[in-house]
Design a protein around this ligand. Structure first.
Ligand SMILES: *[C@@H]1O[C@H](CO)[C@@H](O)[C@H](O)[C@H]1NC(C)=O
Ligand SMILES: *[C@@H]1O[C@H](CO)[C@@H](O)[C@H](O)[C@H]1NC(C)=O
Length: 553
C-alpha cells in the first residue's frame, strides 16, 4: 500500500489548482435539458455503423453499393470491385475515422459492401467487423487503432461460414466473438475460427429460436443480445426472448413474451440495453430493458404509404429472477429506431428515431427530435424529455457515448441512394454531439476528475485498484460509484456489446487538498466483464467524471 501511496502524491499538487465553488446552489439534476452542438456539417458519408475505439477515435462506415460518397479517398486511391452493384471503380470513401479531441476526420478504405453489418472490439482493441451485403456478406474486416494516421481496414474475404446481413455480435468471456443470425440465417458462428474437426466449410450452428421468431416482415433481425453474469446469452427476437447456452447449443429458458405482441426488432426496430451490473450486490442481478418499436403490420402498412404510430412502451425484465416477468411503462412519446445508450451515471438516453413507421427505405415519418433520459433506479418520474435536436435522424442513423460523457450522433439516410433534394428527409452527413444535463457547468463543484489509476490502467479480475480523483465539494463515500462501460458497436438502433459494470467499492479515502482515492475491486468474472477496453468513470452525486480508458484482463 505504501508504495502505491507514493505514486499517488504527484498528481495531487494539481488538486490545489482547482477552483473551489463556495455557496453555489445546485439546480436539480434535470432542471436543464442538455445541449446540442453541431460538430461537423458534413463528413461525406452517412454513418450507419459507429464504434468508439480506445484511442478516442470513432470509426464510422456506410455502404458501398449506391455509388460514390462525398468524401474522396486519400492519396489518389480507388477501389476496384468488379462485383459492386453500383461502381466498379470508386475513388470515394465509405468509412471515416473521426478524432474526438481535434474534431477532425479522415477517409478510410473499405473494399466490399458493409451494408447492415455487425461488429465487436476484441480484447486487444482491434475492431472486428463481420459481414454485409453482396460481395461483402461473408467477409470480415479488422481495424487496429493507431496513434498516427496510417491505420486502415484490413479485409479477409469469405471467412464467415454464412452470409451475415443484419446479424448481431457479442464478445464472449473467452475473447471469441459470437455472430448471431442475419437475414434468413437461423444459426450462429464464432470468430476467430477454431479448427473444425469435420473440416466442413460450414461451421455454423443452428439456432431454431431465430426460425421460430421470424414472420412475414422478418421482425427478428438484429436480435438484441446481452451476455449475462451466468455466462449465458439473453437473446430477444420479435416479441420473444430466451436464455441461451451457446456452449451446449441449448435454450435453457423461455422468458414470457413482451406484453402487447408487437415486434421490437428490425424492421420494427426498438432498442435494448442490459442495465448496469452492480458488483456491490453480491451476485449481480441482470435486468434488460427494451424500448419502442413498431406495431405488427407497420412495415407492410408503410410499404403501402400508411404510417402507423410507433410503440410508446418500454418493458423491463429481471432475467436473473427465478420467475421473471415484464414490467411495462410508457415513454413520454412513441418511438421506433431510437438508439439506447448507457450513460456514465447509469441513466439511459434514447435518441434518434421516428414517431411513425418503421425501419426500411422511405418507411419512417414524424422524426422524434427530442432525446429522453430514462433513470431506471428512480421510483417515479423515470423519464425526462431533453432539448430538441435540429436535425431529423431516421433510418441509418447512429449514436455512441464518448469519453467525456457526450453522445455523438450521426447519419440518417432513409433512401436507397444519397438524396439531398426532392425528398422529405434528406440524407444527413452531419455529426452532432448531445451533452446530457450532467455536463452543465452548474455541476462543476461536484464533478469528479480522475487523476490516476493504479497498475497503468489495467484492471485485473478480482484485483484491488485505486482510483484517485479530485472534487471540489465532496459528499461522502455513499455518493461515489466507479463504473466501467464497454462502448457499443451501434447500428440499426442497437448497441452491440454495450455493457456497464459498477465495480465493488471498498471505500473512499481522503488524501489531501481536493483529492480522494477510491478502492475498488476488478470485475469478479469474465462473464460479468469480458476482457477488453472499457471507459472507467467516477460518479459523484450522480455527476460523472470524464472517462479514463482501462483494460480489463
Ligand atoms: C488483435 O488480435 C487480432 C486477432 O488475433 C489480430 O489480428 C490483431 O492484429 C491484434 N491487434 C493488436 C493490436 O495486437
Ligand atoms: C435520389 O438519388 C438517385 C441517385 O442519384 C436518383 O436516381 C433519384 O432520382 C433521387 N431521388 C429523388 C427523389 O430525387
Amino acid at each position: 500500500m505504501s508504495t502505491i501511496m507514493i505514486l499517488f502524491i504527484i498528481p495531487f499538487t494539481l488538486a490545489s489548482l482547482f477552483p473551489y465553488f463556495e455557496g453555489q446552489t445546485l439546480s436539480s439534476p434535470f432542471a436543464n435539458k442538455g445541449q446540442w452542438n453541431l460538430m461537423q456539417a458534413s463528413i461525406g458519408i452517412s454513418p450507419m455503423h459507429m464504434q468508439l475505439l480506445h484511442n478516442d477515435k470513432v470509426i464510422m462506415f456506410d455502404r458501398t453499393d449506391f455509388g460514390h460518397s462525398y468524401l474522396p479517398l486519400s492519396n489518389g486511391r480507388c477501389r476496384m470491385d468488379p462485383f459492386d452493384t453500383a461502381l466498379k471503380l470508386d475513388c470515394s470513401a465509405h468509412s471515416v475515422l473521426y478524432d474526438i479531441p481535434t474534431n477532425a476526420f479522415r477517409p478510410l478504405m473499405i473494399q466490399t459492401d458493409t451494408w447492415c453489418s455487425s461488429g465487436s472490439v476484441l480484447p486487444n482493441g482491434t475492431l472486428i467487423q463481420t459481414g454485409g451485403y453482396n460481395d461483402g456478406e461473408r467477409n470480415i474486416r479488422m481495424f487496429t487503432p493507431c496513434f498516427d494516421e496510417t491505420c486502415d481496414w484490413i479485409e479477409f474475404p469469405s471467412l464467415l461460414s454464412q452470409r451475415r446481413w443484419y446479424a448481431t455480435n457479442q464478445i464472449l468471456p473467452d475473447a471469441r466473438v459470437i455472430v448471431i443470425g442475419g437475414r434468413r440465417q437461423f444459426n450462429y458462428e464464432f470468430l476467430p475460427k477454431t479448427p473444425n474437426p469435420k473440416n466442413s466449410p460450414s461451421s455454423s450452428i443452428p439456432l431454431n429460436f431465430l426460425q421460430q421468431t421470424t414472420d412475414r416482415s422478418e421482425n427478428n433481425l438484429y436480435p438484441f443480445v446481452h451476455l449475462l453474469p451466468d455466462g449465458n446469452l439473453f437473446i430477444f427476437a420479435n416479441t420473444k426472448s430466451v436464455l441461451f447456452d451457446y456452449k451446449q447449443n441449448s435454450v435453457i429458458k423461455h422468458f414470457p413474451p413482451i406484453p402487447g405482441e408487437d415486434p421490437r426488432n428490425y424492421p420494427s426496430s426498438g432498442s435494448s440495453v442490459l442495465l448496469p451490473l452492480d458488483e456491490n450486490l453480491g451476485a449481480p442481478e441482470a435486468e434488460v430493458v427494451v424500448c419502442g418499436g413498431a406495431p405488427r403490420g407497420s412495415f407492410e402498412s408503410a410499404a403501402r404509404g400508411g404510417f402507423m404510430k410507433a410503440l410508446g412502451t418500454c418493458g423491463r425484465i429481471k432475467v436473473t429472477d427465478p420467475n421473471p416477468s415484464w414490467v411495462m411503462e410508457n415513454m413520454p412519446m412513441p418511438r421506433a429506431m431510437g438508439d439506447m445508450l448507457l450513460l456514465p451515471n447509469g441513466d439511459v438516453v434514447i435518441v434518434n428515431g421516428v414517431g411513425e413507421g418503421t425501419a426500411g427505405w422511405e418507411h419512417g415519418r414524424d422524426p422524434v427530435l427530442t432525446p429522453v433520459i430514462f433513470r431506471p433506479s428512480q421510483m417515479v418520474n423515470r423519464f425526462s424529455v431533453m432539448a430538441a435536436a435540429s436535425r431529423a435522424r431516421l433510418y441509418h442513423s447512429s449514436a455512441v457515448l464518448l469519453k467525456d460523457g457526450r453522445v455523438l450522433v450521426g447519419g440518417s439516410n432513409p433512401h436507397v441512394f444519397y438524396n439531398f433534394t426532392g425528398v422529405e428527409y434528406p440524407t444527413d452527413f452531419s455529426l452532432e454531439a448531445f451533452s446530457p444535463p450532467y455536463l452543465a457547468p452548474d455541476f462543476d463543484p461536484v464533478r469528479p476528475t480522475i487523476r490516476y489509476i493504479t497498475n497503468n490502467n489495467v484492471l485485473g479480475y478480482r484485483v484491488f485498484c485505486y482510483v484517485t480523483f479530485t472534487v471540489a465539494n465532496y459528499g461522502s463515500a455513499s455518493d461515489v460509484s466507479i463504473r466501467i462501460v464497454a462502448p457499443s458497436f451501434t447500428t440499426h438502433s442497437f448497441g452491440q456489446n454495450q455493457r456497464m459494470v459498477v465495480l465493488k467499492l471498498s471505500g473512499v479515502t481522503y488524501l489531501a487538498g481536493q483529492a480522494y482515492y477510491a478502492t475498488v475491486v476488478g470485475p469478479s468474472t469474465a462473464e460479468i466483464a469480458p476482457p477488453g477496453y472499457y471507459l472507467l468513470f467516477v460518479v459523484h452525486k450522480g455527476v460523472p467524471s470524464s472517462g479514463s480508458w482501462v483494460q480489463v484482463m
